[in-house]
Design a protein around this ligand. Structure first.
Ligand code: F6R
Length: 606
């Protein structure tokens, strides 16, 4: 949801900003822009569309030259994607970039209009820029504090005042922002990949802390002007992690990274082939005592939670409710003391997930976050945190983050089942060992590439398709369907296979593709019956199945046989061909796989 960057140092700031924004484009790509101090004035270049459009524009107009600037890549909320609505916003005296939403911008705008200001864009951001100008009294800190007391909503702001060409100001609330600390150069950014080429050291700004970023110094203050001395964090990500490394797309690279990501995530939580969350400080007796577990997340992360529900309920026998964060938070949920809420989030910044977490805390429930981004808002707010170690996920369509989230779901389920006495030590060890084998099995599943490419060639002209499965296969089909629709733009639904004949089967017409998943031995026969029902009505069936499932002639048009694994862990195997089918379908359609239309990673607005 918008990426912001800022630079001050000896390098050409336009070059650094363009480079940093290229690592943040996953956060939005409706427009891009930069503002740079050039000979004492603030020069702005911005335009609609991708960052490449801005680069082209600067190639012809001439790029602003200077050593201090701010930049923005936009996911439009207020006002359509257009040149005029692109950031930076402001006037000659104060210019800003913003990620977030200002909820009371209309009142503020009316007030400013009554004070003689005029507006050129439809954005909420321009209101903040003009409000800063209105209150500006020569003291930027006092001005920013005054404005913060008046604006409501979420924001990460990069601010430049014409009178202070040697510094950038940065502040955040409910939107992420870091301050990168280099050697005679400093940065601001929405996320680590933007700065990792230049420095690994950064400060995490807390709510409403104001950073004053100069070439040789970074100082951080609270809204009352008191200086705050913070600990520097060091990013442990590989610099190459934010590059495509020879792959055509980040999504394909990230699919290939899954074995390593799973290994890196589970290894620190396994001791002698038993789950071990002692480093996280989890108390097994406490964990097993929860009355209910709520797993709350959005999109793909919620689908990982669905796998968790099936597994925890099956083996640990604790009731689990999975809900979409945006629904949960507004349905006055029955959650309270004695309950555990697990939130799952790659970014750790998703607005609805964060709000649901806050609600659970208020209600007295314990909270646990499964998060990929260190120091993110959700990680900081939850009582317990399990970091997944997927590394940066750049592709908007999530793959490796899902896989590591699922791997933690399994480990937690094993821990709970053992603590609850539902698993003997031997069974727990046996399953944990099977989980440890998953990286190799996922590697084998990636070899199904060609078969998946062939399956994709049969989907490319479809208008709509169905994904079906039962039990864990149904949980997985939800993810398969989301992956396909978000990047191929082909409509698809996932359906519990047994539910089809209660209405949805009427959609099946001659040649309509149905992707069926059949890996759960006790349910396979029933799924095959459901496949026969759609086949008899003309469906083109692609079956993703365990290698032992017997498939009679004519039941499926394409059968993708999975490498061998325990059936409980099969979602981690079957997810791979589903990701690859979605990927190749999008490639065949010529879509922008890593940056699907209308989407952005890290959804910091509700
Ligand atoms: C889809 C996808 C999204 C995210 C969702 C939650 O591929 O990535 O559905 O899973 O927006 O994001 P996080 O995990 O950052 O909370």
């Amino acid at each position: 949801m918008c990426g912001i960057a800022g630079y001050i140092g000896d390098r050409d700031s336009a070059d650094v900003l363009v480079d940093a924004l290229s690592k943040l484009e996953y956060r939005g790509y409706d427009s891009a822009g930069i503002a740079v101090f050039e000979n004492g004035t603030i020069k702005v270049e911005k335009c609609k569309g991708r960052l490449a459009n801005l680069v082209e524009k600067m190639d012809s107009d001439g790029k602003p030259t200077g050593h201090c600037g701010i930049g923005h890549t936009r996911w439009a909320t207020h006002g359509e994607p257009s040149d005029i609505n692109s950031h930076p916003h402001g006037n000659k005296r104060v210019t800003i970039v913003h990620n977030g939403i200002i909820e009371n911008y209309k009142q503020l705008k009316d007030f400013l209009i009554s004070e003689g200001y005029s507006f050129v864009s439809e954005t909420d951001t321009e209101t903040v820029a003009k409000l800063l100008d209105y209150y500006y009294n020569g003291d930027p800190m006092a001005t920013i504090s005054k404005v913060l007391s008046e604006i409501k909503g979420s924001y990460a702001l990069g601010i430049m005042f014409r009178d202070f060409p040697d510094r950038i100001f940065a502040v955040r609330k409910d939107s992420p922002l870091i301050v990168g600390v280099g050697d005679s150069e400093n940065f601001i950014a929405s996320d680590v990949p933007a700065i990792i080429h230049y420095t690994r050291d950064y400060y995490l700004l807390e709510e409403n802390e104001i950073a004053v970023v100069k070439k040789d110094a970074v100082r951080i203050f609270d809204v009352h002007g008191n200086e705050i001395f913070k600990k520097i964090n060091t990013a442990d990500w590989d610099v190459d992690a934010a590059e495509k490394g020879g792959f055509e797309h980040f999504m394909l690279k990230e699919i290939h990274e899954q074995p390593t990501a799973v290994k890196t995530t589970i290894t620190p939580r396994i001791t002698e082939h038993m789950p071990d969350f002692s480093a996280e400080g989890f108390d097994a007796n406490k964990l097993k005592s929860y009355r209910n577990i709520f797993i709350i997340a959005c999109g793909t992360a919620m689908h990982a939670g669905m796998v968790g529900k099936y597994v925890i309920e099956k083996i640990a026998r604790i009731p689990v409710t999975v809900d979409i964060a945006s629904e949960f938070r507004y349905r006055n949920p029955l959650i309270g003391e004695g309950d555990l809420m697990i939130v799952i989030s790659q970014s750790g910044e998703t607005a609805d997930t964060k709000a649901a977490l806050g609600l659970a805390k208020e209600a007295g429930a314990d909270t646990m976050a499964i998060v990929n981004v260190k120091g993110s808002s959700i990680a900081r707010e939850a009582d317990m945190v399990v970091y997944t170690h997927a590394g940066p996920e750049i592709s908007v369509a999530s793959t490796k983050a899902y896989m590591v989230q699922v791997s933690i779901m399994y480990l937690l389920a094993f821990e709970l089942a053992y603590a609850n006495g539902k698993f003997t030590e031997e069974t727990c060890r046996e399953y944990t060992e099977k989980l440890e084998e998953m990286p190799d099995i996922i590697d084998e599943a990636i070899l199904l590439k060609e078969k998946c490419q062939f399956a994709a060639s049969k989907l490319v002209n479809a208008d709509s398709l169905l994904y079906i499965g039962r039990g864990l296969d149904y949980a997985l089909s939800m993810e398969g369907s989301l992956k396909l629709k978000e990047i191929s733009y082909i409509h698809s639904e996932s359906y519990a296979a047994g539910e089809l004949k209660h209405g949805t089967i009427s959609l099946i017409t001659d040649g309509m593709p149905v992707i069926a998943i059949a890996t759960q031995k006790d349910l396979v026969e029933k799924t095959i019956s459901n496949i026969k029902e759609v086949k008899a009505r003309g469906a083109f069936v692609i079956l993703v199945a365990d290698r032992e499932v017997e498939v009679e002639e004519g039941v499926a048009d394409i059968v993708i046989r999975l490498p061998e694994a325990d059936q409980m862990l099969m979602p981690m195997v079957a997810a791979v061909p589903l990701q690859l089918i979605a990927y190749y379908t999008a490639v065949l359609k010529g879509n922008d796989v890593d940056k699907p239309r209308n989407l952005a990673k890290s959804v910091t607005v509700e």
